[in-house]
Design a protein around this ligand. Structure first.
Ligand code: NAD
Ligand code: ZN
Length: 342
């Protein structure tokens, strides 16, 4: 089968023929239909410091996917050949305290598909049955291939009650934009999203009508005055990984405000702890998705009018994967999908 492989400890990826993986007795084999490119895949492509410390080439990358089950292990009862599925890219141990308590997203032994083991950018993927979920009919398959990052957005946005609340989202990457759409869908009052990239801020306005601020040339304080947000935001979703954005968020919260942090911060992020203390802010870190509560809520929202299909701005045949990574590196995109159906 064809797979997109990190072949060497250097920048770039290669399309290679590799053996189709074996299906273990509790696994399913999925014929991949579509995959989406994640920021993590871009890090691995670009071979940044994190990738150099984490990735062990040669390895098939990718973890955002949708496809069709073509084989099930002898102990698999719940899934059958022909089911259209997506899946959770975090494989958990099943025996640690959190796993036993049903809090699988907090497993300390998590293994990442396409990060710590072979991934989904391939014609076939084999994963444990406990990692797959059936895609409800009616949701376009291309969108199902982005359930993993949509799940990040759902997990973060549902962390705090936001009905009638003013929400600040820092970072209009694909996850920030999807989170803005969710906030609007579930009844937030004002949703303001910031970035330094006009393409993405335009996309945020187009997809969900969020208020946008390009912090490179516009003032968040002006936007707050315009919207009569007088004392600060009630809820903050940090989705940029940018230290200045995080600090600015802490500066613009209402006393007692709540912040969910998804963006992975660099070593230069300075956290103004005393503002957090004196203003009684709550901070919650978010990793991955709640398995599978986030997935159920995600599909329920898509079935009740959450419109985010336009987040997919580019689609390429998998053989043209390099074009997908180039457009990701340009930042002039939402989600970029690779098509494995032909
Ligand atoms: P992304 O890199 O596509 O988007 C981040 C956006 O932040 C970009 O559009 C960038 O222009 C913007 N940005 C840069 N500087 C800014 C500033 N000063 N103010 C406002 N915005 C600024 O990332 P994504 O795929 O949308 O993911 C969002 C974040 O979440 C990333 O930091 C990513 O590493 C992280 N992430 C975390 C998890 C998790 O489980 N915790 C999972 C996925 C992604
Ligand atoms: Zn565990």
């Amino acid at each position: 089968m064809y797979a997109i492989v990190k072949e060497q400890a250097a920048r770039g990826l290669a399309l290679r023929e590799v053996p189709i993986p074996e299906t273990g007795e509790t696994d399913v084999k999925i014929k991949i239909h579509y995959t989406s490119i994640c920021g993590t895949d871009l890090h691995i492509h670009n071979w940044d410091k994190w990738s150099q410390e984490t990735i062990k080439p040669p390895m098939t990358i990718g973890h955002e996917f949708v496809g069709e089950i073509v084989e099930v292990g002898s102990l698999v009862k719940e899934y059958k050949i022909g089911d259209i599925v997506s899946g959770e890219g975090h494989i958990v141990c099943g025996h640690c305290r959190n796993c036993k308590a049903g809090k699988r997203h907090l497993c300390k032994n998590t293994i990442g598909v396409g990060v710590n083991r072979d991934g989904a950018f391939a014609q076939y993927l084999v994963i444990p049955q406990t990692n797959v979920i059936i895609c409800e009919p009616g949701i376009p398959e291309e969108l199902c291939s982005s359930f993993d990052p949509l799940g990040n957005a759902v997990h973060t946005a549902l962390s705090f009650d936001m009905v009638g609340e003013d929400v600040l989202i820092t970072g209009a990457g694909p996850i920030g934009i999807m989170a803005a759409a969710i906030c609007r869908h579930i009844g937030a009052k004002h949703v303001v999203i910031t970035d330094v990239n006009d393409y993405r801020l335009n996309l945020a306005r187009e997809i969900c009508g969020a208020h946008t601020v390009n912090v490179a040339r516009e003032s968040l304080d002006d936007k707050m005055r315009e919207l009569h947000i007088e004392e600060g935001f009630d809820v903050g979703l940090e989705m940029s990984g940018n230290g200045q954005a995080f600090t600015s968020m802490i500066d613009h919260m209402y006393n007692g405000g709540k912040i969910a942090v998804l963006g992975l911060q660099g070593s230069d992020t300075v956290v103004p702890w005393n503002k957090i203390v004196v203003n009684c802010l709550q901070l919650k870190g978010i990793y991955g998705r709640e398995i599978f509560e986030t997935w159920y809520k995600m599909m329920a929202m898509l079935n009740s009018g959450l419109e985010i299909e336009k987040i997919i701005t580019h689609k390429f045949d998998f053989r043209e994967f390099q074009k997908g990574f180039d457009v990701m590196n340009s930042g002039q995109c939402g989600k970029v999908v690779l098509d494995w159906t032909k």
